[in-house]
Ligand binder design. Structure first.
Ligand code: GAR
Length: 197
């Protein structure tokens, strides 16, 4: 049966676009909702242009009450009845109960070769450490930040003169390749990791 996919975003949504564009033809999944915590996030217009339903749950309206925000997010998500939830540049840390509700069904893309550099500023940290390569990881979301089972990784070289911005752009291009491949496999029930060069 076709899997229903909801995508959570906070920004431009280039990963979301790559995921939406992949879910056609014989793909085992279809998008049912793009949900943002940021009103006016660039990705919302891109989803609307593809005639995918969108919604906003603005975290700022909850004045720091994370549980209330996530309850509202959760209720909106439930309405869409997704089988799979993809975090794609969704920049809020989720509480344990929320993660537990989507256990085994929620994926995230992170711009580093986990377990290196969980959290923010991944590219600056890779450059600071003098790493010869960088990359991105798609993983299942678990209670510990950026630490769930790895479903796929893609590597890129660090080049002389790289800045966090040039490295981020190189990694992002690979994110757009990796995430759709992993989602397709995941929707087919395949959880063994893939590694792209
Ligand atoms: C991507 O690089 C993604 O890996 C990163 O945010 C960017 C979103 O770009 N995610 C995180 O840092 C999660 N902690 P996009 O909105 O164009 O997909």
């Amino acid at each position: 049966m076709t899997k229903r996919v909801a995508i959570l975003i906070s920004g431009g949504g280039s990963n979301m676009e790559a995921l939406l564009d992949s879910m056609e033809g014989d793909h085992p999944a279809r998008p049912v909702l793009v949900l943002s915590n940021v009103p006016g996030a660039g990705g919302l217009a891109k989803a609307e242009a593809r005639e995918v339903e969108t919604a906003v749950v603005d975290h700022r309206k909850f004045h720091g009450d994370r549980t209330a925000f996530e309850q509202a997010l959760h209720e909106r998500l439930e309405q869409a009845e997704p089988d799979i939830v993809c975090l794609a540049g969704f920049m809020r840390i989720l509480e344990d109960w929320f993660v537990a509700r989507w256990d085994g069904k929620m994926l995230n893309i992170h711009p580093s070769l986990l377990p290196k550099y969980p959290g923010l500023d991944t590219h600056a940290r890779a450059l600071e450490a003098g790493d010869a390569e960088a990359g991105c990881t798609v993983h299942e979301v678990t209670a510990e930040l950026d630490a769930g089972p790895i479903l796929g990784q893609a590597r890129v070289p660090v080049k002389p003169g790289d800045t966090p911005e040039t490295l981020a752009a190189r990694v992002l291009r690979q994110e757009h390749v990796l995430y759709p491949k992993v989602l397709r496999r995941f929707a087919e029930g395949e959880k063994t990791p893939i590694f792209l060069e």
